[in-house]
Ligand binder design. Structure first.
Ligand code: ATP
Length: 255
């Protein structure tokens, strides 16, 4: 969201998303009711795609909810660059440039592609900025421009996820939190969604991705966390993970 209030005159020449600020959570403890799920976990959005892997029930979604302000921290800290966001809720996080893309895309089904994209910019005061971001979104995902007048509901599952990503681009977020974006899609579409994720990264977005399809997600990963029972078991680049046979077998179930 860093460019919304930037008065410089060459704004048209600069991308409308992308900052070097990382979302950082440190020593996070959180859970539901009195049930502690995440025990002292630290993580951040790295440049590119940060994948959070781990067995079912290990706390991946809970961690991403805490990162996106959908779940309060019981202890620990959250920040974006120098800006403290420890107590930020989901709406504060959007203001800070961190958006959670819901698993089902969260589209308005009876609205057109264009109307959905416009909704992405509803809290942005500058109409020109929204318009530039829409152009960027269409450039990133040209099929959406072809279907600009089509109802969201008429798009295929993969295209609907693309529209959700494009709408988040229009909001101007710098960090996208994606909790299993390929869930519910045909297995053949998982590669397409990962390609869309890569398109976002090419536009300067940092993506934090929870994904069950570990093998496919690893193809786009720049950094990997593995969680098990709410604790970090691995924190490093994918190349280092390749040497961790035991971790891979124990927690990822891939060979
Ligand atoms: N809303 C909730 N209320 C209470 N407990 C919850 C809630 N959501 C998740 N849990 C519990 O928290 C634990 C971690 O769940 P979480 O969904 O974060 O794991 P996950 O790693 O994302 O799992 P999966 O891969 O199956 O989606 C589980 O024991 C789950 O039952």
């Amino acid at each position: 969201m860093s460019t919304d209030s930037d008065p410089t005159t060459d704004a048209e020449d600069r991308p409308t998303t992308g900052t070097s600020d990382q979302l950082v959570v440190e020593n996070v403890v959180t859970g539901y009711g009195n049930h502690e799920i995440i025990h002292d976990v630290s993580a951040k959005s790295h440049e590119g795609v940060t994948c959070i892997f781990g067995p079912n029930g290990s706390g991946k979604s809970t961690l991403i909810k805490a990162m996106g302000g959908k779940l309060p921290l019981w202890s620990g800290r959250k920040r974006m660059g120098d800006r403290d966001l420890t107590d930020a809720n989901a709406s504060d996080m959007v203001d800070a440039g961190v958006i959670t893309v819901p698993q089902d895309g969260g589209l308005f089904p009876s609205m057109t592609v264009r109307e959905n994209l416009l909704m992405g910019g509803h809290s942005v005061d500058d109409d020109d900025l929204v318009s530039r971001r829409m152009d960027e979104a269409y450039e990133a995902f040209p099929i959406l421009e072809e279907k600009t007048a089509a109802k969201a509901t008429s798009l295929s599952g993969g295209q609907q996820m693309m529209l959700s990503f494009a709408r988040a681009m229009v909001s101007g977020a710098d960090v996208f939190l994606l909790d299993e974006p390929s869930a519910g899609l045909a297995p053949t579409l998982v590669d397409d969604v990962m390609e869309q994720v890569r398109t976002l990264v090419d536009r300067g977005v940092q993506v934090v991705l929870v994904e069950q399809n570990v093998k496919t997600a690893l193809r786009v990963a720049d950094h990997v966390y593995i969680l098990a029972q709410g604790r970090t078991q691995f924190d490093g680049p994918p190349a280092d993970l390749a040497e961790e046979d035991e971790l891979i077998e124990l927690y990822l179930g891939i060979k």
